[in-house]
Design a protein around this ligand. Structure first.
Ligand SMILES: NC(=O)c1ccc[n+]([C@@H]2O[C@H](COP(=O)([O-])OP(=O)(O)OC[C@H]3O[C@@H](n4cnc5c(N)ncnc54)[C@H](O)[C@@H]3O)[C@@H](O)[C@H]2O)c1
Length: 323
């Protein structure tokens, strides 16, 4: 099987590509290697995927359909795992057009590509951000998602609606995965756990938003990769109008201060904390109800925050970290 993976140089995409190759699938990886965070990290992730006759990397912007299809001319693939996007809630306040391009135009390009190539299944990344200020916990797939509190969340909600329409219009099997705060080695430098680690190691104070009254359902990368692969193996059929959504979280919301304490313990340093107000676009709490993924996909996350942060910190302090 050959699977097209978009965002293959990204955090989740590179790990998904590695897992597919490890089970002997072939992978075509697409990524623009944009500079939202250091492209050196993206290139290092590609190096880590390694040279293999089963892996081919293509640098292309998915928001440009002509560029994308020209780059893929002559290449065959039977399904798509679409993980390229402009991520980050806070950046969407300052750079809204990046989200319009990569997340709206980009998602449409991938839908059109999937339709033109008649793929068996398109699995794509949505986000817990679609739940916006949902106060009912845990968040379940049947909860309302019509009031996102960030443009990022709004583009992910739009992706789900666009995909639902292609399911009904073209019988294109698709699965949307709402990821909940994914973290781990080779992760994302724009996320709180990474920024805190940098500051703790440099002896700089760390800013704690909403005075620490924040909770997140942190999900370790290995658990997410298993969920992505399990979902991708099960394309939805006509009974679901060819479109299905799953929460992929950890079902264990943790306080922000627990994250800080664990990082300090594993990095062997403490830090001064500066209490800050809530940031625009942020939500106080996320918590995934993973019952649907558990029963339909056999999804069963196993890595606790304590164990995951231990693994992240070990990597952060290792020679592999050069960013
Ligand atoms: N990491 C999380 O906690 C999290 C949570 C919810 C949802 N998600 C979603 O999961 C997916 C993967 O996230 P990630 O954490 O790996 O982010 P990432 O930023 O590490 O990876 C995304 C990759 O997509 C690429 N990309 C962006 N725009 C592109 C474009 N127009 N054309 C081609 N490539 C482009 C980037 O260069 C990057 O390598 C994204 O859709 C993200 O929105 C992630």
């Amino acid at each position: 099987m050959t699977i097209l993976v978009t965002g293959a140089a990204g955090f989740i995409g590179s790990e998904v590509a590695r897992a597919l190759l490890a089970r002997d699938d072939s992978v075509i990886g697409v990524d623009s290697l944009n500079a939202y965070y250091t492209p050196a990290l993206k290139r290092a992730r590609l190096d880590r995927i390694g040279a293999s006759s089963k892996f081919r990397f293509i640098k292309a912007d998915i928001a440009n359909y002509q560029e994308l299809t020209a780059a893929l001319t002559g290449l065959e693939f039977s399904s798509i795992i679409h993980l390229a996007a402009q991520a980050g809630v806070r950046h969407s306040i300052t750079h809204p057009f990046d989200y319009g391009k990569s997340n709206l135009d980009g998602h449409l390009s991938i839908l059109e590509l999937a339709r033109a190539r008649k793929v068996d299944h398109l699995t794509y990344a949505s986000s817990s951000s679609v739940y916006g200020g949902n106060e009912k916990t845990p968040f379940s797939e049947t909860d309302p998602t019509s009031a996102p509190v960030s443009l990022y969340g709004a583009t992910k909600k739009a992706n789900e609606a666009m995909s639902a329409s292609y399911g009904r219009l073209y019988a294109l099997p698709q699965t949307g995965l709402r990821f909940f705060t994914v973290y781990g080695p080779w992760g994302r430098p724009d996320m709180a756990y990474w920024m805190f680690a940098d500051k703790i190691l440099r002896g700089e104070p760390i800013e704690i938003f909403n005075n620490g009254a924040m909770g997140r359902d942190f999900t370790f990368i290995d658990d997410i990769v298993k969920g992505v692969l399990a979902a991708h193996e099960r394309p939805p059929g006509a009974d679901r109008h060819f479109h299905r959504i799953y929460n992929l979280g950890n079902d264990r919301p943790e306080e922000l201060m627990t994250l800080v304490t664990l990082l300090e313990k594993e990095l062997g340093k403490t830090s001064e904390k500066i209490m800050m107000p809530m940031q625009p676009g942020d939500v106080e709490r996320t918590w995934a109800d993973i019952g649907r993924a558990r029963s339909e996909l056999g999804y069963a996350p196993t890595v606790t925050l304590a164990e995951g942060i231990k693994r992240f910190a070990a990597w952060r302090l290792s020679a592999d970290y050069t960013f």
